[in-house]
Design a binder for this molecule. Structure first.
Ligand code: ATP
Length: 218
């Protein structure tokens, strides 16, 4: 279903989020206090507006509370990021995702009710490090300090075997969520589906279990 998003702050992070959501077919309102940033995003958003994210009246007049998600991507100006988040929650926006600049910024955002706090640089650093240390890992998403989703390249060891034969859940406590093969993706693998060499397995589990599966099962 098409969702409505608003992105406030169109630096590298905010504009990337905005462009990708728009490319995926969603309605995106792009907001920045600087005219040149708004002009740059016009082709990549449904609407783009020059407005200050800390101006309560401006947010109200944009009907901000009707958006499914608002992403606050104001980075350097921590005070504005906090005030904007506070206003959005007070105005009744259901899901507010905020880019945090540091640990103290994060703690304040948690206290005022931000629904999700992201650290793009740290998150990307972790993903790249995971990718570098393992030739089998294609991608890595941290869900919590304990749980992750990884994409692993199927090796000889698991090829030509069905999921029931591999018995990954019982042996390693991990679950295969999907199998990518070329441009196709099977998002509901059945026990009889067979893995082919070069498939990419999308696996969820505890980090220790995923590591064990990667080291011993693949
Ligand atoms: P990034 O790290 O994502 O590239 P940046 O370092 O380029 O960001 P930031 O200072 O983090 O820039 O600000 C991101 C954007 O937020 C800028 O385009 C800036 O104009 C905008 N911005 C800052 N304060 C406000 C505000 N109060 N209302 C709306 N937009 C704002």
């Amino acid at each position: 279903m098409k969702k409505q998003f608003a992105v406030i702050g169109l630096g590298r992070f905010g504009s990337s989020v905005c462009k990708e959501l728009y490319k995926l077919g969603h309605e995106v309102l792009a907001i920045d206090s600087r005219e040149e940033k708004v002009n740059d995003i016009t082709r990549h958003s449904t609407h783009s507006v020059i407005a200050n994210g800390t101006d309560e009246k401006a947010l109200q007049s944009l009907g901000i509370r009707n958006f499914d998600y608002v992403i606050v991507a104001i980075g350097d100006d921590i005070q504005s990021s906090i005030l904007c988040t506070l206003l959005l929650k007070e105005l009744g926006v259901e899901k507010v995702w905020v880019k945090a600049q540091n640990y103290y910024h994060q703690r304040v955002l948690e206290k005022i009710g931000a629904d999700r706090i992201v650290h793009p640089e740290q998150d990307m650093g972790i993903r790249i490090a995971q990718h570098i240390i393992s030739e089998k890992i294609v991608d890595y998403i941290e869900l919590s300090p304990d749980y992750s989703i990884v994409e692993l390249i199927a090796t000889d060891k698991v090829s030509n075997q069905s999921l029931v034969e591999l018995n990954i859940r019982a042996l390693y406590g991990c679950t295969i969520l999907g199998i990518k093969r070329g441009d196709d993706i099977n998002i509901a693998p059945t026990p009889t589906d067979r893995i082919q060499q070069g498939d990419i397995l999308i696996v969820i589990g505890h980090k220790n279990d995923l590591k064990r599966f990667e080291d011993e099962g693949m």
